[in-house]
Design a binder for this molecule. Structure first.
Ligand SMILES: [Ca+2]
Length: 521
């Protein structure tokens, strides 16, 4: 790791010496023909649903950039060095900090308040409530990723990409919901979440013998087939799973770099989701225990993926997107959880700390390095990557993601987004408009915790006819309701809400996800 650190400083020095000037590459004007390469019954139907009028300025097949998405799990806004954490928090993150310096780092990267919702939003380009996935999928939930959804992987697959998924999925265990049947050519990882590694022990202690299907596994899958279990996802395997993912990512990148076909690799790290048991080499590395060790391991594994890209000579033609799926899980798992930095809130609630987290994109010679506070949603990558690759976005459904390509490529100075809705289960809970946050329900603390952090165990209360309004720039902890003095904001948010409800008339949502309200079922 010492040599890697040396290389980090060397490359930062080089960047400074040569100056990272912003050179825009022209985007070709024609997109190539889509060749259908797989035998999937639903495919012709899916292609017809994608429409033909959305001819993004694509590229010839040879020119299409490779895409590597790395997704951290439950990493908070305040955890990484480049967001004010890192060494200050006893857990340096040099590789991710370097990536942030080489790319565009978002300080207003907004997600949904949980693993499943954010992943659904990322992969479909839509609010998760539109696919019935606005709560975390637990075993037994009927709400899983359905065939009718068109994923980012399907979209890229259609324009010639090899697609591979490594790591945590959390969009359902049914065969049709699994990654290899949602547009990825292959899959290796876990279908649910890392806390499942604990469950077998807990079941046994309860005197319950889990059935084979109730045990947690590591799975592998090939497109068109049901995934097969590889081994049990035990606590020992939990320690080493991300090293395995990094190994597989390394192998995949080096192999694909020699192919003429562009690739889309999705690395869904299991860290730093509780339980953060580190692998042997990282035990005791941080100052703050398992959580810090795990974040340092996440940083190291990220570095391995970046090294594979660089050493394969494809750095300039590879878009790297690195982000977390939601804010930290904190109160319930302390001290095995992260920090939302200056913001109140954590995974599960609608407070800012739940939905604002780390996000960055690197595309050398196309995207100018720098830090930006423009607003961007995890949904925006769907239409933006379609624009970068010549893929076609579906025209038969609402797409909530906004194409940010003009902003990212420096053709305009400001983000194309200025609002975002936040749902929990079947409810619209909060709305962002510019730097205002408007709450239709109040999120209040329940369970333990010193302050009103919200989180998965919070309560929500209906408001007494008037929403809460917070100015997130003046008041990052959302402690002072400015509704009375800035009630004009209500006039700005209401049309956004009405626009969303208007879309439901033509495109009604499926039944919302619920784990507590079965009245209408
Ligand atoms: Ca998560």
């Amino acid at each position: 790791m010492g040599s890697k650190l040396n290389r980090l400083y060397a490359s930062v020095a080089t960047m400074c010496a040569v100056g990272m000037t912003h050179v825009l590459m022209p985007l070709p004007s024609n997109h190539d023909d889509v060749s259908v390469k797989k035998d999937d019954e639903s495919l012709p139907q899916r292609i017809s649903r994608m429409g033909t009028a959305e001819a993004a300025p694509g590229k010839t097949k040879m020119d299409k950039p490779n895409i590597v998405i790395m997704l951290a799990d439950n990493l908070g806004y305040g955890d990484l060095g480049c967001y004010g954490g890192g060494e200050i928090r006893g857990m340096p993150t040099p590789r991710i900090d370097q990536l942030a310096a080489e790319g565009m780092q978002f300080t207003q990267f907004l997600v949904e308040p949980g693993s499943t919702p954010s992943r659904a939003a990322l992969l479909t380009g839509r609010y998760s409530i539109r696919s019935g996935l606005s709560l975390v999928v637990l075993r037994g939930s009927p709400n899983t990723l359905q065939k009718r959804e068109i994923t980012l992987a399907e979209m890229l697959n259609e324009v010639g990409y090899d697609t591979s998924y490594l790591g945590k999925w959390h969009l359902g265990m049914e065969a049709h919901s699994q990654p290899q049947n949602q547009g990825f050519d292959d899959f290796y990882g876990i279908l649910n979440s890392t806390d499942e590694a604990f469950f077998v022990q807990s079941m046994k202690r309860a005197g319950y013998t889990p059935t084979e299907s109730e045990r947690a596994y590591v799975w592998k899958g090939v497109q068109g087939n049901k995934a097969e279990s590889v081994k049990e996802y035990t606590l020992d395997v939990r320690r080493t799973i991300d090293l395995e993912l990094a190994d597989r990512a390394d192998t995949y990148i080096r192999k694909q770099a020699k192919s003429k076909k562009p690739f889309f690799l999705f690395v869904s790290w299991t860290r730093p989701h509780w339980p953060n048991l580190p692998s042997k080499d990282f035990e005791g590395r941080s100052h703050i225990g398992d959580y810090g060790d795990s974040v340092m391991e996440l940083d190291y594994n990220t570095g391995r993926v970046l090294d594979a890209i660089e050493e394969s000579g494809i750095e300039d033609n590879t878009i790297v997107i690195w982000m977390s799926d939601n804010g930290p899980w904190r109160t319930m798992v302390w001290p095995d959880g992260g920090s939302a930095g200056p913001f109140r809130g954590e995974l599960g609630s609608a407070w800012e700390g739940s939905i604002r987290t780390a996000g960055m994109i690197r595309w050398p010679r196309h995207i100018k390095p720098g830090k930006t506070n423009g607003m961007i949603s995890i949904m925006d990558f769907f239409p933006t990557l379609a624009q970068f690759t010549g893929a076609k976005i579906p025209t038969d459904r609402p797409i909530d993601g906004i194409d940010q390509s003009t902003w990212l490529l420096g053709k305009k100075d400001t983000s194309n987004r200025e609002h975002l809705l936040t749902f929990i289960g079947g409810d619209l809970v909060a709305v962002r408009w510019r730097h205002y946050r408007i709450y239709l329900q109040d999120v209040v603390q329940a369970g333990n915790g010193y302050i009103r952090m919200g989180g998965t165990q919070a309560n929500r209360l209906p408001k007494n006819g008037y929403p809460l309004v917070f100015n997130i720039e003046a008041d990052p902890r959302e402690e002072h309701d400015t509704g009375p003095s800035e009630s004009w904001v209500v006039g700005k948010y209401m049309p956004l809400v009405m626009q969303y409800y208007g879309s439901l008339k033509k495109y009604p949502n499926p039944k919302p996800a619920t784990i507590t309200d079965f009245g209408e079922r």
